[in-house]
Structures are given as C-alpha cells and as structure tokens.
Design a protein around this ligand. Structure first.
Ligand code: NAP
Ligand code: GLV
Length: 309
C-alpha cells in the first residue's frame, strides 16, 4: 500500500515520520521520487501541480492536507471518479476555535483601542457591552464554524450562524441560503468568515455585504483570501462601516510588502496560520480512513465536487 506525499514547507519528512508511527505498513513516497507510479493508491497533498495526480493510474483516494479543497478542485486535471477527502482532525479544529475565540474577544473588548491608549499614555476606562449583548455571526457552519461557536458560547455571546442548507443551532439563531444572508448580517456586530472557497462564495466579503452589517462592525476572515474584496475592505474601514478587520488570508499570499493592510491601524494581519493541520493527529485520521477504504467502506469527509466543498 503506497501513499504519495506532497506537502508544503518541506514538511514531507515530518509527515512520513507521523505516518510511520501509526501505520508502519504504509509505504510513504515523495512527490519528487515516487518510484513505480502504479504502486500509488493514496495521495496526501497540498497544492499539487495541476494535472499531477493523473500520473497515478491506481489512485483510490486523494486526501487534502488542509480543510480547504479549493487547491484541488481548481485543477481541471483532477482524476475523475477518485474521491477527494478534506482534512478533519481534532487539532486543526481546536486551533481554529482558539483563533476565533482570541480574535472575537479582542474585537469585543476593543483591545486595539486599549493598546493605542497605552501608547498615548491615556488612562482609558473603556466600558464595553457584556458578551450576551454582543452579536457574533459565523458564516460557514461546518466543522470549524461549529467548534468556534462552541468556544464562543462559553462566554455567552449572542450567536448566529449562516450556512448553505438549513442547520439546527440550539445555541443561537440559524440562517441559511441567499434569503437568510441579509437578516443574518443585519444582526451581526462581529462577523467571522469560515466558508469554503467555491464559485458561490468567491468575493462574498464585498461592499454590498459590508453595507448590510450594522455600522461599526468587525470582520474576521480566517477562511480564504478569495472570499474578500480587499479594496472594499479598505473603503469600508475608511467610511467607518467596518471598525476593524482581522485577516488571516489574502488574495495574494504572502501578503506583498507594499500592501496597505500591513500598516493600517485598524487591520490585524496574520500569516494564514489561524489553524494548521497537525501531523500526529492528522496522520491517525488519514490512516483510519485508509483502513475503512481497504475494508470496502466509503471514506469519511468526502468532498461534494459539484458543490465545491
Ligand atoms: P465544512 O465543514 O465543509 O463547512 C463549510 C460550511 O460552509 C458549511 O456550513 C456549509 O454549509 C457552508 N457553506 C458552503 N457554501 C456555502 C454557501 N454558498 N453559502 C452559505 N454557506 C455555505 O468546512 P470547514 O472544515 O469548517 O472549513 C471551512 C474553511 O475554513 C475551509 O474550506 C478553509 O478554506 C478554511 N480554513 C482556513 C484555515 C486557516 O488557517 N486560515 C484553516 C482551516 C480551514 P452547509 O452546512 O449547508 O453544507
Ligand atoms: C488551511 O488553510 C486549511 O485549509 O486547512
């Protein structure tokens, strides 16, 4: 049983060690020297070159190293009929819940204002609403959106979610579909984007969407740069429609050195690290899925190629 690995940041060796620890029988090969291509039954990849997966005639399943699969579905040369599995693993989920809780609290408690007050040596006895009076909205209510909502519910925030299909959300208000978007936005002071990037969601964080938020809202985008219109974010910050933006993802990554976000006083930039797939926990999940396939069961967390996520 051979698994081809194509990872980022030259992490192939780390991944090979993680797979060896849980599945010594798995023959891990590297993208650069795969050996006999017919041996490869599984692929574990991040941003493989377009058409590159077609080289393997006996592929049974393609595992994405990340939760997002836009790096794969944009490839017209993706082998047909081979299931694509997105990454669902506990530490990636935990990391995103941490990031969202950290940045929602930062917006809620107006930390940037307090930091500026300290720089100005101003004793600012800032009073903010209590969490139950702060309305947080999560766009995308899948694995990461739900875990983030659970983390935020511990503080008692007034929560709402927005998804493509109807979702039960006992901890808050649930909106879905195009008709649910405006009412969802209209009650959202801190907006968290955790959508997948698909043809439907591309560019969704734009001027029209910001205009539907209450004036002075916050934006947190931990999903994909392709969701955001960056000029519209700058314009909304300028007009006061948005009071601040926390952005982990960008149209162009790494964010170019001359991009206005770097020095904008009300933008927080992080370098696409909201949450990172962790080798130990992820390898265990992938191997469990491979064992399922070997026993004739369908893999878990397969992507709906038509829906794009
Ligand atoms: P997921 O479980 O597939 O959940 C996706 C959610 O988005 C679902 O609730 C889905 O609705 C909703 N959705 C999809 N298309 C929609 C549309 N057109 N309108 C409204 N809602 C829509 O995905 P996940 O595991 O939570 O991951 C979400 C995304 O986070 C990934 O795709 C990736 O881009 C991003 N991510 C970023 C980082 C980072 O470090 N920045 C790390 C990991 C992941 P339904 O529930 O109705 O299907
Ligand atoms: C990271 O961006 C991921 O999709 O897991």
């Amino acid at each position: 049983m051979a698994l081809i690995i194509k990872s980022d940041f030259a992490r192939d060796d780390i991944w090979r060690d993680a797979f060896n620890a849980v599945a010594p029988d798995l023959d891990c090969r590297s993208w650069q020297s795969p050996g006999d291509l017919a041996d490869i039954e599984y692929a574990f990849v991040w941003k493989p070159e377009k058409g590159g997966l077609r080289r393997f005639p006996n592929l049974k399943c393609i595992f994405s190293i990340g939760a997002g699969v836009d790096h794969l579905l944009g490839d017209e040369g993706l082998p047909e009929g081979v299931p694509v599995v997105r990454m669902v693993e506990p530490e990636l989920t935990r990391g995103m819940a941490e990031y969202v809780a950290l940045h929602v609290l930062r917006c809620h408690r107006e930390v940037p204002t307090l930091e500026q007050a300290q720089r100005d040596r101003v004793w600012n006895e800032l009073i903010v609403p209590t969490a139950p009076d702060r309305r947080v909205g999560i766009m995308g209510f899948g694995v990461l959106g739900q875990a983030s909502a659970q983390a935020l519910s511990a503080f008692g925030f007034d929560l709402a979610c927005w998804s493509r299909t109807e979702k039960a959300f006992p901890g808050g208000q649930s909106f879905h579909g195009a008709e649910g978007l405006k009412p969802f936005l209209g009650r959202t002071e801190i907006l968290v984007c955790l959508l997948p990037l698909t043809p439907e969601t591309e560019g969704i964080l734009n001027r029209d969407l910001f205009a539907a938020l209450p004036r002075g809202a916050w934006l947190i985008n931990a999903a994909r740069g392709g969701h955001q219109n960056e000029d519209d974010i700058l314009e909304a910050l300028e007009s006061g429609q948005l009071v601040g933006a926390t952005l982990d993802v960008f149209r162009k990554e790494p964010l170019p050195a001359d991009h206005p976000f770097w020095s904008h006083p009300r933008v927080t930039v992080t370098a696409h690290i909201a949450s990172v797939t962790q080798p130990r926990s992820a390898a265990a999940e992938v191997v469990a899925n491979i064992r399922r396939i070997e026993q004739g069961a369908a893999p878990l967390h397969t992507v709906n190629i038509k829906a794009g996520y």
